[in-house]
Design a protein around this ligand. Structure first.
Ligand code: GUN
Length: 299
């Protein structure tokens, strides 16, 4: 039986991608070829898959892209030297350094080195600061921006809603909170962030009109944690061992989908929910970076 309350991330992402493809075509008509460079350090299997998926979509949308793969033993200075080269290359409008990086490389230093106007990941302190200040001229991180698009395009009421976010990471939890509590249209939620030290997480979750799970704990959100009718967004990607699966493991989200789906008003499937949106928003950020660069070089 089809599930009536699903938020179809693939369908919404493909709608955003057609909008982005039109913007790429408009740029090309002006002689501008948008360009995106991925930097991957080491051979983390999940990062390989993610970067491969992102590169494939870039190509589909007509964005020039390439992946620079550096060995695990790359020094921080070597990575910064590559970033300086990409910062200076006018053909490159967006730079994405895939996390996680090897332990000996400081992520904060790396993300501060990417030029803010090429930081399509929204990780540079200037872009993080602009998000906190409500200044729309910066880039927002792709995953929380994608979650917002899912909510808005599914007509979920955000204004005045109780939004509870599980997880306080820099990639999802913290920017998600900043996005939902903006004093602007499609925001104005009352936001709570829960984390490993939160007392009585269940009580917080049960108050949520919008529950966003992004803490990286397999099937953490169970039926008794969800208010009937709530919107549930599952950002989690967890590899768990499963001897019956191909390769001995499989991916599960942070939400126990089968238990929660009948109670939720709306719910994202996983896969097929947030994942495609992260990629769609990355492409949107890249095209915007190219548009802004083209504007700034116009005489
Ligand atoms: N690793 C997991 N998510 C992300 C992301 O959104 N951007 C980058 N660069 N690395 C990640």
């Amino acid at each position: 039986m089809p599930v009536a309350n699903l938020i179809d991330g693939r369908a919404i992402a493909s709608q955003i991608q057609s909008e982005t493809a039109q913007r790429v075509a408009a740029l090309k008509a002006r002689g501008v070829q948008p360009g995106l460079v991925f930097v991957r350090v080491g051979e983390d299997p999940a990062s390989k898959v993610y970067v491969g998926m992102k590169e494939k979509v870039s190509v589909q949308l007509g964005i020039f892209s390439e992946t620079r793969v550096l060995p695990q033993t790359t020094t921080e200075a070597e990575l910064l030297a590559l970033l300086a080269q990409l910062n200076a290359d006018a053909r490159v409008h967006g730079i994405l350094v895939q996390a996680p990086l090897p332990k000996h490389i400081r992520e904060t230093v790396v993300y501060s080195t990417v030029l803010p106007q090429k930081d399509v990941d929204g990780f540079h302190p200037e872009n993080v600061g602009k998000l906190m200040l409500g200044d729309p001229s910066g880039f927002w991180p792709c995953t929380p921006a994608g979650v917002l698009e899912l909510l808005v395009r599914s007509q979920v009421k955000i204004e005045g809603a109780e939004a509870v976010i599980l997880g306080r990471g820099n990639i999802v939890g913290k920017p998600m909170a900043a996005i939902l509590c903006q004093k602007s249209k499609h925001a104005n939620a009352t936001v709570t962030i829960c984390h490993s030290q939160t007392q009585d997480i269940k009580a917080h979750c049960r108050r949520a009109d919008i529950l966003i799970a992004a803490m990286g704990s397999p099937k953490f959100v169970t039926a008794d944690m969800v208010k009937p009718g709530a919107t549930v967004i599952d950002v989690g990607v967890n590899r768990v061992s499963d001897p019956t699966a191909k390769g001995g493991s499989r991916l599960v989200g942070d939400v126990d989908f089968d238990a929660v789906q009948p109670i939720a008003g709306r719910i994202t499937p996983n896969p097929g929910g947030v994942g495609p949106m992260t990629i769609a928003l990355l492409m949107q950020n890249t095209v915007r970076a190219a548009e802004l660069a083209a504007e700034s070089t116009k005489s």
